[in-house]
Design a protein around this ligand. Structure first.
Ligand code: FES
Ligand code: FES
Length: 226
């Protein structure tokens, strides 16, 4: 005799959340996605981002607002300027930046949260933009590699990367710079271990890590003298 079929879970119910919970380790799909959008230092931030999206998703209609599948108009604050973009709800922040706003400095390499090549800042915290929905960036300050230079001059870290030749193919470089610059924002005086930790999720297949450490520590050194 065949085993009775498990009842199909109600998508809106708490049981559905439980259904998504893996029995082996207790991680929910939502929790996994939440974590996957983060780079090494961004854990605290995305709680806020998801709090925003869940709140925005509530309405009088059974607590759910349905957006899409047609494109919807949202406003993103990128590098200090408001931009109106028309996106499908599934659009990632990386796609919105590159395809809608033409900011191609942010690289999409793995497109699955494995390399951090797509790192941008949300409220100065590094996140993987390929794992962050554009709608979740509404109400937050997005900073891209195009936005960290000042008055046409390279950010000190960009200049240090050039000086230390901290790149080969350059694909990982924008993400590396954003992760290291975020570290310097939160800790102007990091140790090499701090730098290692900050780029723990950033992969460089060309193996430029020692030069990235040198570049970042040199900028930290000039911070110390200041
Ligand atoms: S983590 Fe986003 S492109 Fe690899
Ligand atoms: S410089 Fe080529 S992947 Fe890092």
């Amino acid at each position: 005799m065949s085993a009775p079929k498990a009842p199909h879970p109600d998508p809106a119910s708490q049981e559905n959340e439980d259904h998504l919970k893996t029995q082996a380790n207790g991680i929910t799909r939502r929790g996994f996605l939440k974590g996957a959008g983060l780079t090494a230092a961004g854990t605290a931030l995305l709680d806020g981002v998801y709090a925003f999206s869940e709140e925005a998703a509530r309405s009088e209609n059974h607590g759910v607002t349905v957006i899409g599948p047609e494109p919807a108009s949202i406003k993103l604050n990128v590098n200090g300027k408001e931009h109106a973009v028309n996106i499908e709800p599934r659009t990632t922040l990386a796609e919105a930046l590159r395809n809608q706003l033409g900011m191609t400095g942010t690289k999409v390499i793995c497109d699955r949260g494995s390399c951090s090549g797509c790192t941008v800042w949300l409220d100065k915290k590094p996140v993987n933009s390929c794992m962050t929905l554009a709608v979740d960036a509404v109400g937050h300050q997005v900073t891209t590699i195009e936005g960290i230079s000042e008055n046409g001059s390279l950010h000190p870290l960009q200049a240090a990367f050039v000086k230390h030749d901290a790149l080969q193919c350059g694909f990982c470089t924008p993400g590396m710079v954003m992760s290291c610059a975020a570290l310097l924002e939160s800790n102007p005086n990091p140790t090499e271990n701090d730098v290692r930790h900050a780029i723990a999720g950033n992969l460089c297949r060309c193996g430029t890590y020692p030069r990235i450490f040198s570049a970042t520590l040199e900028v930290a050194g000039s911070n110390r003298k200041a």
